[in-house]
Design a protein around this ligand. Structure first.
Ligand SMILES: [Zn+2]
Length: 295
């Protein structure tokens, strides 16, 4: 058995994954406000405590641990944040006496989709998540492309609107300020004057009001920017397929056909890659992390 850990800013999930890449057991936890304050310590302590309980109580023999971590500042499994080195993988490795690997979360989800999900049949392909932000992973000749220093393929920060909206990275006009689900959700919430829409409610609103002018306009606008970003990816990488994961996949029935039409329009009559939706939703991070064989 391998352990896969999917770490997020508000939530952590630890799964025991068997050799068929099936999750045998899963423990989940939402960070409390006090745990968020000393986040790295909270993560390490929760992992130590939970994995110990899992392996002792259930008698699982653990071979290795993989971690999907939401940061783009990762070099060789070490997280660099605010001028601090966070050696989470090394600390867990010393504690459990097991190999522990750590990669950017989007790369882990992409690996899951590439090995056992909807990208399985494509040799050269691109995986992107559309959620709070936008991230990417590129596979060439069936292998994840790994740059020499950081994790790479941070497509969320390619600029698609010069002098546009301010991004958390400090620049203006980044792709994720126009095409992340966070931005889309905010636009719908602002229009309807509702705070914090649940995914189910949002789906119903989109489904029922799709044809109403203002909602239609938000969807059009969102897909317009998304299609620009996707056309950039196609022009640079020329993948055989682009697979979209993250919370976007939940709304795929509403978006995907329109998105395909918009991307096709950009390329005129030229053949475009298959645009597909991820097979594994919430478990992709855990399964992908459990597959890691290096940092
Ligand atoms: Zn940015």
């Amino acid at each position: 058995m391998n352990i896969g850990i999917d770490i997020g800013g508000s939530h952590i999930a630890i799964g025991v994954v068997n050799y068929k890449n099936e999750i045998q057991l899963k423990e989940e936890h939402n960070w409390t406000e006090s745990e968020k304050i000393n986040f790295t310590n909270s993560v390490e302590n929760y992992c130590k405590k939970t994995i110990k309980i899992i392996s002792e109580e259930k008698n699982f023999i653990i071979k290795k641990i993989g971690i999907a971590y939401p940061s783009r500042n990762i070099i060789n499994g070490i997280i660099y944040e605010k001028n601090k080195e966070i050696c989470l993988a090394e600390n867990l490795s010393n504690y459990f006496k097991l190999p522990v690997y750590l990669k950017n979360d989007v790369k882990c989800s992409g690996m899951c989709e590439k090995k056992i999900g909807n990208l399985k049949q494509y040799k050269n392909c691109f995986f992107m998540t559309l959620g709070t932000g936008i991230g990417g992973a590129y596979f060439y000749n069936n292998e994840l492309v790994v740059p020499s220093k950081y994790q790479g393929f941070e497509i969320g920060h390619m600029i698609i609107q010069s002098g546009g909206k301010k991004c958390r990275c400090g620049r203006n006009g980044c792709f994720e300020e126009y095409a992340s689900m966070r931005v889309f959700r905010k636009d719908v919430e602002n229009l309807l004057n509702i705070e914090k829409l649940t995914s189910d409610k949002m789906f119903k609103i989109l489904e029922n009001k799709q044809k109403e002018n203002e909602i239609e306009q938000i969807i059009e606008n969102y897909l317009y920017y998304l299609s620009i970003g996707i056309s950039n990816i196609i022009n640079i990488f020329e993948p055989d397929a682009i697979c979209i994961g993250g919370s976007f996949s939940y709304y795929a029935p509403i978006f995907i056909e329109k998105l395909k039409q918009k991307v096709q329009k950009i390329f005129n009559k030229r053949e475009i890659p298959d645009l597909i939706i991820a097979k594994y939703e919430n478990d992709a991070g855990i399964i992908g992390a459990s597959m890691l064989e290096n940092n």
